[in-house]
Design a protein around this ligand. Structure first.
Ligand code: SIN
Ligand code: FE
Length: 291
């Protein structure tokens, strides 16, 4: 099972020794969760108005794209939109800086994607089984293929009344794959091109994406697996930050409210040890090149 590694980082702009960076990248790539119990994201007095589930419309979260400076999913009025956007932008910048300082090896290749702010309580939320993140899963998204990239995420619990973000961390990726891969058929001829041509995927779904999506679905659909598989329950305290490869580490979010999240994509070839990538693991197991 993945380990939870506590690191005493308190400053988003902190510099680290080469030895610290080396240990951090090894732990991250082998599927550990790096937790910084005292790395918080400060919200100003005026930003505290966003500590309410009513600031979003129908979506699950507010989403910000630093590359295009666009905000989606909020229902706040125009004057508050600017403030909300600035807050999201600040989190995007801080998390990018942390990544660069902690993992300089990734800096050239790291792609910054969406920043999200999640003001809804997770526990008791109703959703389809496929979208139900209270079930253990590895991340893979039907409309957003990663092709040959990793999904690396930074999370910060900003709950104002000290409520933790309660996760479960499941068994190691190899074990998950050993359990589910034998029942997953390869991609049917022509389907991936069709999905892209009609706009159901944003880019071409790779064979690796195909297997990951099926694994994500098979895990969530299997209630017996969910009820019996070995896992570790972990509470990320309010005011803490954590980093994890969510395509590798089986995880579920059981409870918690008010969190920031920044997604990065990393080409597999930019890893310190790419043999640890889920893509390489699945390639070894299927004896195929999954592109
Ligand atoms: C997830 O990535 O599955 C959800 C994480 C969270 O909302 O805490
Ligand atoms: Fe997830």
């Amino acid at each position: 099972m993945s380990a939870i590694v506590n690191l005493p980082i308190t400053d988003w702009q902190q510099f680290f020794s080469a030895e610290f960076q080396d240990q951090a990248i090894r732990a991250l790539e082998q599927g550990d969760v790096l937790v910084f119990p005292n790395l918080s994201f400060e919200m100003s007095e005026s930003e505290k108005q966003f500590l309410s589930p009513t600031i979003i419309g129908k979506s699950k979260n507010v989403s910000f794209d630093i590359n295009t400076n666009t905000l989606q999913g909020s229902s706040v009025d125009e004057s508050a939109t600017v403030l909300l956007q600035q807050m999201m932008h600040r989190y995007a910048i801080l998390s990018k800086g942390l990544m660069h300082h902690l993992f300089p090896k990734y800096q050239q290749d790291l792609i910054q994607s969406r920043t999200s702010y999640r003001p809804l309580e997770i526990a008791g939320r109703t959703t389809s089984w496929r979208k139900d993140d209270t079930r253990l899963h590895v991340d893979s998204f039907p409309a957003t293929p990663v092709q040959d990239k990793r999904i690396l995420r930074v999370f910060t619990n900003v709950n104002p009344v000290g409520k933790p973000r309660s996760w479960r961390v499941g068994e190691h990726f190899e074990k998950v794959a050993q359990r589910f891969l034998p029942n997953i058929a390869g991609p049917a001829w022509g389907v991936r091109g069709f999905l892209h041509s009609v706009g159901l995927t944003k880019s071409l779904r790779s064979a690796y994406d195909h297997y990951m999506l099926r694994m994500h679905d098979s895990m969530k659909a299997d209630l017996e697996y969910q009820a019996t598989v070995d896992h570790l329950a972990y509470d990320f305290p309010a005011g803490s930050t954590w980093i994890v490869f969510t395509d590798h580490v089986s995880h579920a979010a059981m409870a918690g409210q008010f969190m920031f999240e920044q997604t990065f994509y990393l080409p597999v070839t930019a890893m310190h040890d790419e043999l640890q990538a889920p893509q390489r693991i699945l390639e070894r197991m299927t004896q195929k090149v999954l592109i």
